[in-house]
Write a protein of this length. Structure first.
Lengths: 288, 315, 484
C-alpha cells in the first residue's frame, strides 16, 4: 500500500498581521516530544524583532484608542475562532507537549477560556483599577489605567499554548501592543494561534509572534528604545534574565520577571494586567 | 458723548452684536486659579514703616459710607465731621477720600466737608437699579445739582444677565453724560453676577461706556467685595490701560472691615496694576466700619499698645 | 514712600540645630562605625549648619539588620490598627512641630519659607494621616488577596522636597507593615534627622524607621544590600537607571520616580491670567527644583505674544532673596553643583541660538542663586528643550494645532506630567487622553495631594506614590507575579 507523501510545512513569522519569512532566511527544525520531525519554523533574527516592534508601535495608536467594549469583542472573537480550531490545537498540544488522554483538550479549553476571561476585563479594568481621588481642595481628580505601550514578552517554554495565551491576553486587553517570542522548541501551537489571529478581528501589529531563540533576539529587544516593557516570563536562564533586566534599565522599561515554573492551570489574576498599565491622574479645578 | 478708542477696541461698541462679540471674546477666568492667586497675595507680610504708610493710604482711600433708610442730615453731618478729621486725638490722621451718601443727603454732606473731601452720591435707583432710565437720569442730575462730585451708579444686572449688554452700555453712557464734571463710578454688583467671567465682562462693558471707576458692590448684597473679584477687576483695568492708555479706578466696597483685609487689597493692587494705582484717585474702599479699625491700628502703631473701640468715634 | 514689603523673616529661634548628627539606627542616634562626616550648608548663605555622619557598609548592615528585626519581631506582627495609631501619632507630631520643621527645611534646602510652611509641611502631615488610615484596611484596597508587607524597604530620596519625599516614602511603607531604611539627599539631611527625633517622640518601636545619611556611595550600599526586599528611589533618571541595573536578577521590588520635562500647553482660549499664574507656579515653584516642573511652555501661536508679555510682566513681580523672608517667592539654588549644572545648560541654550530673558533681579552676594529665566525661540532640538534643567529656567515653544501640541508634548523620553490650559472641556479630555504623562493638570499646575497618585510614564519611572497605587508599591498579595 502506498502511503501518501505528506506536505511538509515551513512556517513563517507573524508580524504586522502578515506572515513574512525571517529576513535572515533562516529556519529551524521543530521536533515533537519524541524527537520526530514536525515542521520547519522561521528562526527570527534581531531585524525581525525590530520589524515586529515597528509593527507593534504602529498599531498601538489605533488599538489603545479603540473602545474598551471593542477590545473585549476582539478578544472574545479570538476565543470563538480558536473554538472552531479546537481539534487542531489539541493535536498540536499532544505532539508538542506529549500530553495524553484528556490533558490536551483540557489545556486547549483552558486556553480558550482564558481569552474569554480576559475579554471580559476589557471594559472593567478602568473601573477596578481607576479611582476618583478626594483631594483636599476645589479640584476634581481621577486616576485611570492606561496601556504602557509596546510590550515584548517571552512566552513560557513548556506550556506552549495555555502559557502563551496567559501571557498575551493580559498584555493586549488594556490596549498594549505586543511582540511575543513563542516557545522555542514547541512553537506549533503558537503558529496555529497566529492563523487564528489572522482570521479574527485583531488589528495587524497588535500581536506579533516570533519563533526562534530568545537568547539571540531578546538582548536587542530589551535594549530597544521604542519598547516600553518586558515580560520575561518564559526566560529559563537566570543569567539571561539578569542581562535583560540590566538592558531594560537603559530606558527604564517596566519588567515582569522570569517565572518559568508558573502553574498556568491556576486561575488568572489581575496581576499581569497591572504589570503593563500606567496610572494617569488628571486634575481639574471645580469652579464656576 | 462719544468715546474714541484705539483700533483694537474701535469695533467693540459699534453695535449690540459687536459689543456682545467683544465681551464674549475676552479670556475666561478660572475661578479656582483666581482665588488661589488672590489668596497667595494675601500671605504677603507688610511690616513697620510700610504698614504705617499703608494704613494712612487706606484711610485716604476710604469712601466713608452711610446708605441706610434711617439716614438723616444729622447722621450725615456727624459722619462728614469724622471724614474730615477721622481721629480727633491725632491731627496727623489724614482725611478720607470721600463721603458716600444717598442723593437727598448730598447737600447736608457738602455743607460740612466743603471742598476738603469728595461727596459721592449713589444714584440710578440704588441699590437695585430697577427704575426707568428717565428716573435714573433724574436721580443722577439731582445729586449732581446738590453738589455731588462723584456718582456711584448701579448697572442693570437683570439686563446684563439676560445678555442685553447694549442696554447696560447705553445706560452708562447716558448717566455719564448727565454727570457732567462729576466722576462716574459704575457699580457692577458682583455678588449678583456670580461668575468671574461676568465680572470681567461687566468691567470691560463699564470701561468701554466711559466709567471713571468700576466698583464691586452696593454693600447690600452678600458677597460684596472679595479679593478674587478685586483681582479680576484690576486685571481688566490693567489690560484696558494697555490698550487705551487710560487709567480707570477701582473701588472695593462692602465686606472689608479690618486693616488686615485692607492691606491685602493694597497688595493685590500693587502686584496687579502697580503702585501707580496706590492713590485715592485710582483705588477706593467703600466702607463704614473699616475706618475705625484702621484708626485703631494707627493708634497702636503710634503708641505701641493695642487700642480699643472706645478710643475711636462711632460716627 | 512706595509700598515696600519690609523684610519679614521667620524666626530661626524655633529650630535647634546640633553641631553634629549621628545615624538613626534601631531607634537611637549612633556614630558611624568609620566615623566619617561632611558639612551641610545653608545654600542661601553658605553658612555651615551642621556636621552630618557618613554611613559606611557596617552602618548600612546595622540599619538593614535593625529593620529586619523590627519587621520580623514587631512591626510586621503588629495589628494594623496599632500601626495606624503610631502613624496618626507621627502625623500629629508633625503638625505640632510644623513651624520648626518648615524653618529647618528652608535653612537646609534654600526654598522659600512660604512654600515650606504652606505647601511642604501641610502635605507631609496629610500624607501620614492618609496612610495611617490604610494600615488596618489593607484588604479593602482591592489589591489582591491576603495583602501583606514586603519586608525591609530601602528608600533613597532627593533634596528638592526633603521632608515631603520622606513622607511619600515612609508613610505608605509603614502603613503596609514594612520597615524602612531611608537615606536623605546629601545636601538636605536635617529634616530627616528631625523626623528621627519625631519617631522617638512617638515611641515608634526601634528599627521600624532607620535614617542613614551620606552621599551616593551610601545610597548604593543600601539599595544593593542583600537584606533589602524593596527599593524605592526618587531622583535623577541617571541614578534611577543604575538602581534598576543594580536590582536586576534579584527578587527586590522596585519603584522609581525620576526626571521630567513637562509640557505646559496654553491654548488661545485659555484663561490667560490664571494660565500665567500656572506657568509661573509650574516652573518657578521651588526654584524649578521639581521633577514635574512645567519646564517646556507650549503656547498656541495666535496668543504667543500676548501670553509672553503677560508672563514677563508677572516675572517682574517675583521676589528673589532670603528664603526665610515670608515675602520671598524664589529662594536659593540648593547647591553649588546644581547651580553649575543650571548655568551650563543655560549657556548651551544661548549658544544654540535661543533668546534668553530675565527680569531685573539683584542676586545676593553669598549663597547659590539663579535669576528666573525664560528662553524664547526654542525648538525641540535644543538641549534646553530636552534635558531636565531642574532650575528656574523656562523654554518657550509654540504650536498651531492640538495635534501638534500633543506631538511636541510627547516628543521626549520623559512622561511625568503635563499641563493643559483651555476653557473647552472636550479639548481638555481629548488632550488628557493623548498626553503620555502620569499626571495631567488641566487649568492648574503643580497640585499635590496624598490621595492623588503621582508618578511617570517612560523614563520618568514606574510605580506611583499617593493613593491606592502608592500603597500597592509596598504590599504583596497571593495574586502576584514578579513585577519588579
Amino acid at each position: 500500500m502506498n502511503e501518501r507523501v505528506e506536505v511538509r510545512k515551513t512556517y513563517k513569522l507573524f508580524v504586522g498581521g502578515a506572515f513574512p519569512r525571517s529576513e535572515s532566511g533562516r529556519t529551524y527544525e521543530v521536533l515533537d516530544f519524541e524527537g520526530d520531525f514536525l515542521a520547519n519554523a522561521a528562526k527570527a533574527s534581531r531585524k525581525d524583532g525590530r520589524d515586529a516592534v515597528l509593527a507593534a508601535r504602529k498599531s498601538f495608536g489605533a488599538w489603545s484608542a479603540a473602545t474598551a467594549y471593542n477590545r473585549g469583542q476582539v478578544l472574545y472573537r479570538i476565543a470563538e475562532v480558536m473554538e472552531g480550531r479546537r481539534d487542531q490545537f489539541i493535536a498540536d498540544i499532544a505532539s508538542a507537549e506529549g500530553v495524553v488522554g484528556l490533558d490536551a483538550p483540557r489545556i486547549v479549553d483552558a486556553a480558550i477560556d482564558r481569552w474569554v476571561w480576559y475579554a471580559g476585563w476589557a471594559d472593567k479594568v478602568a473601573q477596578v483599577l481607576g479611582t476618583t481621588n478626594p483631594v483636599a481642595g476645589p479640584y476634581f481628580n481621577f486616576s485611570i489605567p492606561e496601556p504602557t505601550g509596546v510590550v515584548v514578552a517571552v512566552a513560557p517554554q513548556a506550556s506552549s499554548l495555555l502559557g502563551l495565551v496567559s501571557v498575551i491576553a493580559p498584555i493586549i486587553v488594556t490596549g498594549n501592543a505586543c511582540v511575543v517570542i513563542a516557545s522555542t522548541e514547541r512553537p506549533l501551537p503558537a503558529i496555529t494561534l497566529t492563523e487564528v489571529l489572522a482570521t479574527s478581528d485583531v488589528i495587524g501589529g497588535v500581536i506579533n509572534v516570533l519563533t526562534g531563540d530568545p537568547a539571540e533576539i531578546m538582548p536587542w529587544l530589551a535594549s530597544h528604545a521604542d519598547v516600553n516593557a518586558l515580560d520575561l516570563t518564559g526566560i529559563t536562564d537566570p543569567a539571561l534574565a539578569t542581562e535583560l533586566e540590566i538592558a531594560a534599565a537603559d530606558t527604564v522599561k517596566r519588567v515582569r520577571r522570569a517565572a518559568p515554573d508558573e502553574d498556568w492551570h491556576e486561575p488568572a489574576t489581575l496581576s499581569r494586567i497591572r504589570g503593563f498599565v500606567e496610572t494617569k491622574t488628571v486634575w481639574h479645578p471645580l469652579g464656576v | 458723548m462719544t468715546v474714541t478708542f484705539p483700533a483694537a477696541l474701535a469695533g467693540a461698541t459699534t453695535s449690540a452684536a459687536s459689543l456682545r462679540q467683544f465681551l464674549h471674546g475676552l479670556p475666561g477666568v478660572d475661578e479656582v486659579g483666581a482665588a488661589a492667586r488672590a489668596a497667595s497675595l494675601g500671605t504677603r507680610s507688610v511690616k513697620a514703616a510700610s504698614k504705617s504708610w499703608a494704613i494712612d493710604l487706606a484711610i485716604r482711600m476710604v469712601d466713608l459710607t452711610t446708605l441706610e433708610g434711617m439716614d438723616s442730615p444729622g447722621k450725615v453731618r456727624a459722619m462728614c465731621a469724622k471724614a474730615l478729621r477721622p481721629d480727633p486725638t491725632d491731627p496727623s490722621a489724614p482725611p478720607v477720600a470721600a463721603v458716600c451718601v444717598y442723593g437727598d443727603l448730598v447737600a447736608a454732606a457738602r455743607s460740612v466737608v466743603g471742598d476738603s473731601v469728595h461727596v459721592a452720591a449713589v444714584a440710578t435707583a440704588f441699590p437695585s437699579g430697577r427704575a426707568s432710565l428717565a428716573v435714573k437720569l433724574l436721580d443722577t442730575r439731582d445729586a449732581v445739582a446738590a453738589g455731588a462730585d462723584e456718582i456711584d451708579m448701579v448697572i442693570d444686572r437683570g439686563a446684563f444677565l439676560s445678555g442685553e449688554y447694549q442696554r447696560v452700555f447705553d445706560e452708562i453712557v447716558a448717566v455719564k453724560e448727565v454727570c457732567g464734571g462729576a466722576h462716574l463710578k459704575v457699580i457692577l454688583e458682583t455678588g449678583e453676577l456670580r461668575t468671574l467671567d461676568n465680572v470681567r465682562r461687566a468691567s470691560w462693558l463699564a470701561m468701554l461706556a466711559g466709567a471713571d471707576f468700576i466698583k464691586t458692590s452696593t454693600g447690600k448684597v452678600v458677597p460684596a467685595a472679595t479679593p478674587p473679584v478685586a483681582l479680576v477687576m484690576l486685571e481688566a483695568v490693567r489690560d484696558f490701560e494697555a490698550l487705551t492708555g487710560r487709567l480707570i479706578g477701582v473701588k472695593a466696597a462692602g465686606g472689608i472691615r479690618t486693616s488686615k483685609d485692607a492691606i491685602k487689597y493694597l497688595v493685590i493692587v500693587n502686584e496687579t496694576v502697580g503702585d501707580r494705582w496706590l492713590t485715592p484717585d485710582l483705588f477706593r474702599f467703600g466702607a463704614s466700619t473699616l475706618l475705625n479699625d484702621l484708626l485703631q491700628q494707627r493708634q497702636r502703631m503710634a503708641s505701641g499698645h493695642y487700642s480699643g473701640p472706645d478710643y475711636v468715634t462711632i460716627d | 514712600m512706595t509700598f515696600e514689603y519690609a523684610p519679614a523673616p521667620e524666626s530661626r529661634a524655633v529650630v535647634d540645630i546640633a553641631s553634629s548628627y549621628g545615624l538613626f539606627i534601631n531607634g537611637e542616634f549612633t556614630s558611624p562605625v568609620d566615623g566619617g562626616s561632611f558639612k551641610t550648608v545653608n545654600p542661601a548663605t553658605e553658612e555651615v549648619l551642621s556636621e552630618i555622619a557618613i554611613a559606611g557598609q557596617a552602618d548600612v548592615d546595622a540599619a538593614v539588620s535593625a529593620a529586619r528585626r523590627a519587621h520580623s519581631q514587631a512591626w510586621g506582627l503588629m495589628a494594623g490598627r496599632d500601626r495606624a495609631k503610631y502613624l496618626f501619632r507621627i502625623a500629629r507630631l508633625i503638625q505640632e512641630r510644623s513651624r520648626e520643621l518648615a524653618v529647618l527645611e528652608t535653612l537646609d534646602n534654600g526654598k522659600p519659607i512660604r512654600e515650606s510652611r504652606d505647601v511642604d509641611l501641610p502635605l507631609v502631615a496629610a500624607h501620614f494621616f492618609y496612610y495611617a488610615g490604610w494600615a488596618d484596611k489593607l484588604e479593602h484596597a482591592g489589591l489582591g488577596s491576603n495583602p501583606r508587607s514586603i519586608g525591609v524597604a530601602a528608600q533613597v530620596i532627593p533634596w528638592n522636597f526633603p521632608l515631603l519625599m520622606l513622607a511619600w516614602k515612609i508613610a505608605p511603607a509603614l502603613a503596609a507593615g514594612n520597615t524602612v531604611v531611608l537615606k536623605p539627599a546629601e545636601t538636605t539631611s536635617l529634616t530627616a534627622l528631625a523626623f528621627a527625633d519625631i519617631c522617638q517622640q512617638a515611641d515608634l518601636p526601634p528599627g521600624v524607621v532607620n535614617i542613614i545619611t551620606g552621599a551616593g556611595d551610601t545610597g548604593r550600599m543600601l539599595v544593593e544590600h542583600p537584606g533589602v526586599d524593596k527599593v524605592a528611589f526618587t531622583g535623577s533618571t541617571e541614578v534611577g537607571k543604575s538602581i534598576q541595573r543594580a536590582v536586576a536578577g534579584t527578587n527586590k521590588r522596585l519603584t522609581l520616580e525620576l526626571g521630567g520635562k513637562a509640557a505646559n500647553i496654553v491654548f488661545d482660549d485659555a484663561p490667560i491670567d490664571e494660565a500665567v499664574e500656572g506657568i509661573v507656579n509650574g516652573i518657578f515653584f521651588n526654584q524649578g527644583h521639581v521633577c514635574c516642573a512645567g519646564s517646556r511652555l507650549l503656547i498656541q501661536e495666535s496668543v504667543a505674544e500676548e501670553v509672553l508679555d503677560s508672563l514677563k510682566r508677572r516675572l517682574g513681580t517675583l521676589r528673589l532673596g532670603d528664603p526665610l523672608d515670608k515675602n520671598t517667592d524664589i529662594g536659593a539654588i540648593n547647591s553649588a553643583e546644581q547651580l553649575a549644572r543650571i548655568t551650563e545648560l543655560v549657556e548651551s541654550g544661548e549658544q544654540e541660538g535661543a533668546e534668553r530673558w530675565s527680569p531685573e533681579c539683584t542676586l545676593p552676594d553669598r549663597g547659590y542663586w539663579f535669576a528666573p529665566t525664560i528662553f524664547t525661540s526654542v525648538t525641540q532640538a535644543h538641549r534646553i528643550a530636552r534635558e531636565e534643567i531642574f532650575g528656574p529656567v523656562l523654554s518657550v515653544l509654540t504650536f498651531r494645532t492640538p495635534d501638534e501640541a500633543i506631538e511636541k508634548a510627547n516628543n521626549t523620553p520623559f512622561g511625568l506630567s503635563a499641563g493643559i490650559w483651555t476653557e473647552k472641556g472636550s479639548r481638555i479630555l481629548w488632550m488628557a487622553n493623548r498626553l503620555r504623562a502620569g499626571v495631567v493638570w488641566a487649568n492648574t499646575f503643580n497640585r499635590f495631594d496624598p490621595t492623588s497618585p503621582f508618578g511617570g510614564y517612560k523614563e520618568s519611572g514606574f510605580g506611583r506614590e499617593g493613593g491606592i497605587p502608592g500603597l500597592a508599591a509596598y504590599l504583596q498579595t497571593d495574586d502576584e507575579g514578579q513585577n519588579s
